[in-house]
Design a protein around this ligand. Structure first.
Ligand code: C5P
Length: 226
């Protein structure tokens, strides 16, 4: 099985991002480029990173009318991304059109409820359900729309895997065991191995590698746990 680790290249400088990716490339399976990277460096930046030779995950979280999202998907065809994200809240037609416009080797996965939103935020937007229930409802909608999978937290992945056996499940927000980061939040973190065992297809890992004193050793250690 191929390496499920996608390194989140959330670095402001293109040269630093490329240097980091080159260093750890033996220990990861792909590279995740976010909206920040794409706004700063555009298609040129993606092409430069793609030269490293690893699959590219474009985390653009597209959300607009179906026609616009489909056109955006077509515009990024040339980059041959392995994974692209859209917002499930854009609705079924938007997700269907996004998938139809994507290249055949591109997996389109939906973001459900942003982890920055809690139940009170949803209530203010007129959504009475909990963030957890709303995430599961949007996961079902993404499945109905024919998407490949969703993005979910390590806490939800087992529940989603149960209702979507072949769903391609992308899990961010992971912390390796024994890693010094986020100690105050230790109870809420999930290890890459636990997420994998719960059904994750892709493990998105950023700072535990990019901010480690020795990123190669950190990536190697995470890989060894899988
Ligand atoms: O925390 P870390 O640096 O490992 O995050 C890696 C990536 O996952 C980042 O690009 C971040 O935006 C994303 N992320 C996310 N949802 C979370 C936590 C992190 O999409 N709950």
């Amino acid at each position: 099985m191929s390496n499920p680790i996608y390194l989140a290249l959330d670095l402001p400088r293109l040269d630093a991002a490329i240097a980091l990716a080159q260093k750890v490339r033996q220990h990861i399976g792909g590279l995740k480029l976010g909206l920040e990277f794409f706004c700063a460096h555009g298609q040129h930046g993606v092409h430069e990173v793609a030269k490293i030779g690893l699959p590219i995950f474009l985390d653009l979280k597209l959300h607009d009318i179906p026609n616009t999202v489909a056109a955006a998907m077509q515009a990024i065809h040339v980059l041959e991304p392995a994974i692209v994200t859209v917002h499930a809240a854009g609705g079924r037609a938007m997700m269907e059109d996004a998938k139809a416009a994507a290249g055949e080797n591109t997996r389109v996965v939906a973001v459900t409820v942003l982890t920055s939103l809690d139940d009170a935020d949803l209530a203010r937007m007129g959504i009475a359900d909990s963030a957890h229930d709303q995430a599961l409802r949007l996961a079902d909608l993404a499945q109905e729309a024919g998407l490949d999978g969703i993005v979910c937290s390590g806490h939800e992945v087992a529940a989603v895997h149960k209702r979507w056996k072949h769903g391609y499940l992308v899990v961010p927000g992971l912390r390796p065991a024994g890693n010094g980061m986020d100690r105050a939040d230790q109870k809420r973190t999930v290890t890459p191995r636990a997420a994998r065992d719960a059904g994750a297809s892709v493990l998105v890992i950023g700072r535990p590698i990019s901010r480690a004193e020795d990123p190669v050793a950190a990536a190697r250690a995470i890989e060894a746990t899988l």
